[in-house]
Design a binder for this molecule. Structure first.
Ligand code: UT7
Length: 335
């Protein structure tokens, strides 16, 4: 049976390091508020005016992952690119990345699943591998969100949270009878909550997609009903954990490490508390990176590998929730 193995990972963040203190000079906020409500101490943003897109950030992370896997871009059967901040609306960032890597002729699929982009990507890669449509896949989560943020008091709730960065993983097919690699995945969506976190461009109503009204109403900046998203996260993450464990036929204690999406440290702490997960079994890095949406999980996983926090034989649960509403998780056993 074919199983999906994460052969290597890579991460990249732009070099502009933005502390909470810097933000306090640009809007009415405080380091205490940001740390207390979100856990974030600093994040990375692309330098203002720099001519890059999500594909450039994704390209840097991909080059590292490809080198570690010992793969050349020509070896790839597929590129899956998860982002909610594509370089442009059309074409997808996967096509830009394919060209920048020189992966001639390799199909490139963009997915727009926001905070669960990487989780959706893992399930897609697994489906391609199990159905023997692909053997070597590059999965990327990359965001250039700072250019969509308005760094003013009016939009301070989103401005302090979202950040730029990229993570990549080389996913390989392995023929084995062992229960390794991607063991189980579950994904959900509930469009009833689509308005809780959104960017209103292109405009829904008839007329030009970028009208003066859209700009006046600030529809081009992200809108977030933070309280609603928060409440949905702390109820749905525990539920999907149970679903995942049932699907995999496992007990919570058998999970060696939990890697949740990095949206808010308080959400992850509430989830950990509710599930009674020991502190040392959960990895968070939102303190240093902010919320990089589709990139949080691959960036954090790359760090966990680097710090030897996971080893061969360990079982990890990746889990997350975000705009859509979408949520889900993946159980992965290290080779
Ligand atoms: O990954 C995408 C998914 N997104 C999420 O998971 C986000 C989930 N939600 C959250 O993380 C939290 O709701 C936030 C961090 C966004 C907000 O925290 P909160 O505890 O829900 O605060 P709040 O929205 O209820 O706002 C409380 C107060 C308000 O002032 P008043 O009305 O009480 O006077 C806000 O205007 O805090 C104010 N506020 C701020 N103050 C200082 C909002 N943002 C800021 C800020 N600095 N950056």
């Amino acid at each position: 049976m074919k199983r999906s193995i994460i052969k290597s990972t890579g991460r990249y963040v732009p070099d502009r390091h933005v502390t909470n203190h810097e933000l306090t000079e640009r809007m009415d906020t405080s380091n205490e508020w940001i740390v207390q409500r979100t856990g974030i101490e600093a994040r990375y943003w692309v330098k203002e005016g720099e001519d890059v897109g999500a594909s450039d950030l994704g390209c840097e992370a991909s080059k590292i992952a490809l080198e570690r896997a010992g793969w050349s871009p020509d070896d790839l059967d597929l590129i899956v690119f998860a982002t909610m901040t594509p370089d442009v609306n059309v074409p997808g960032s996967g096509a830009f990345l394919q060209d920048k890597l020189g992966a001639k002729g390799v199909p490139a699929l963009d997915i727009r699943q926001q905070c669960t982009g990487f989780l959706h990507g893992l399930e897609i890669c697994d489906a391609y591998i199990r159905s023997e449509k692909a053997e070597k896949i590059l999965l990327v989560g990359a965001e250039f969100q700072s250019r969509y943020l308005e760094v003013t008091t009016a939009n301070r709730d989103t401005a302090v949270i979202f950040a730029d960065g990229a993570g990549a993983a080389c996913i390989e097919a392995k023929e084995t009878d062992s229960n390794i690699g991607i063991i189980a995945s579950i994904l959900h969506a509930d469009g009833k909550h689509s308005q809780a976190l959104r960017v209103g461009l292109p405009a829904r109503k008839s007329g030009h997609p970028i009208s003066q009204t859209v700009i006046d109403n600030q529809e081009h900046f992200p809108f977030m009903d933070g309280k609603t998203v928060f409440k949905l996260a702390v109820t749905r993450l525990p539920k999907v954990t149970e679903e995942l464990l049932n699907k995999a036929g496992m007990q919570l204690e058998e999970i060696d490490m939990f890697l949740p999406h990095q949206a808010n440290l308080r959400i992850n702490e509430a989830f950990r508390d509710r599930m009674q997960i020991p502190q040392e079994k959960m990895y968070n890095n939102i303190q240093r990176y902010g919320n990089t949406t589709a990139a949080t999980i691959p960036i954090a996983f790359d760090e966990m590998i680097e710090q030897n926090l996971v080893k061969s034989g360990d079982t990890i649960m990746f889990i997350g929730l975000g705009a859509g509403l979408t949520w889900g998780g993946v159980i992965y056993k290290m080779v």
